[in-house]
Design a protein around this ligand. Structure first.
Ligand code: PGA
Length: 253
């Protein structure tokens, strides 16, 4: 099995005004400056990306966006292109977060287009998937994850090396309810099997699969100890420097 470097990313969602966003970045840097063997990113709002990126310059924390549009420029009021994100220092974008799927109505085909365009533009992608509680209860979980992966990552080839999959069960996001390590591992094993059937065994062994959904300092160590959990996408606990740093450090080697 390929050794996979854990990747911990903070999704700040629609939180923090400019001064607080910069202060969070500045507070975080010293706490993770010597965290070895773990890749780190934060994903602030569009309005704070540039300032946070400047604050993080030269640090071991990468900058990511929470979304990116499917055109480079033009008459697309309110949208932001991958090139604009790279211009302010982003190397990552989240695509397909459940809040965009379920609140903003983004479907598999649109998310595939976004993923392909972001990758073609040079961004790396954290591609989010996850089942609703009713889907888990009705036994449809694997079918949902398979559909989200096969449609969302359709048409990718070598660019898959710049994709991280984030498994985020919707019932665990922002609820305080975390998947157990067994539930996370089981889902990640299934995700890896779908990647193997789409792209082959080597790609499946290499791809990193983050877990997301109420990750906290006190559950991170147990989750990351599972073989197929390769890091985290963290929401609420990423808004405090000490809790995000503790999650990063639970993954440091
Ligand atoms: P949470 O959010 O950690 O607040 O549950 C995770 C996410 O939505 O990425």
């Amino acid at each position: 099995m390929a050794a996979r470097t854990p990747f911990v990313a903070g999704n700040w969602k629609m939180n923090l005004l400019l001064a607080d966003a910069v202060a969070l970045a500045e507070g975080l840097m010293p706490l993770v400056a010597s965290s070895a063997g773990v890749e780190i990113a934060v994903c602030p709002t569009y309005t704070t990306l540039h300032a946070v990126g400047k604050a993080l310059a030269g640090s071991n924390i990468q900058l990511g966006a929470q979304n990116a549009y499917v055109k480079e420029s033009g008459a697309y009021t309110g949208e932001i292109s991958p090139r604009m994100l790279m211009d302010v220092g982003c190397s990552w974008t989240i695509i397909g977060h459940s809040e965009r799927r379920h609140i903003l109505g983004e479907d598999d085909a649109f998310l595939n287009e976004k993923t392909r365009f972001a990758l073609a533009s040079g961004l790396n992608v954290m591609f989010c998937i996850g089942e609703l509680l009713e889907e888990r209860k009705s036994g449809a979980m694997n079918a949902v994850l398979e559909r989200q992966l096969t449609r969302g990552l359709d048409g990718l080839d070598a660019e898959l090396a710049r994709v991280v999959v984030a498994y985020e069960p919707v019932w665990a996001i922002g609820t305080g309810e975390t998947a157990t390590p067994d539930q996370a591992e089981e889902a990640h094993v299934f995700v890896r099997s779908v990647i193997a059937s789409m792209f082959g065994e080597a790609a499946a062994a290499a791809i990193r699969i983050q877990y997301g959904g109420s990750v906290k300092p006190d559950n991170a160590a147990e989750l990351i100890s599972r073989e197929n959990v390769d890091g985290f996408l963290v929401g609420g606990a990423a808004l405090k420097a000490d809790s995000f740093a503790a999650i990063v450090n639970a993954c440091a080697q």
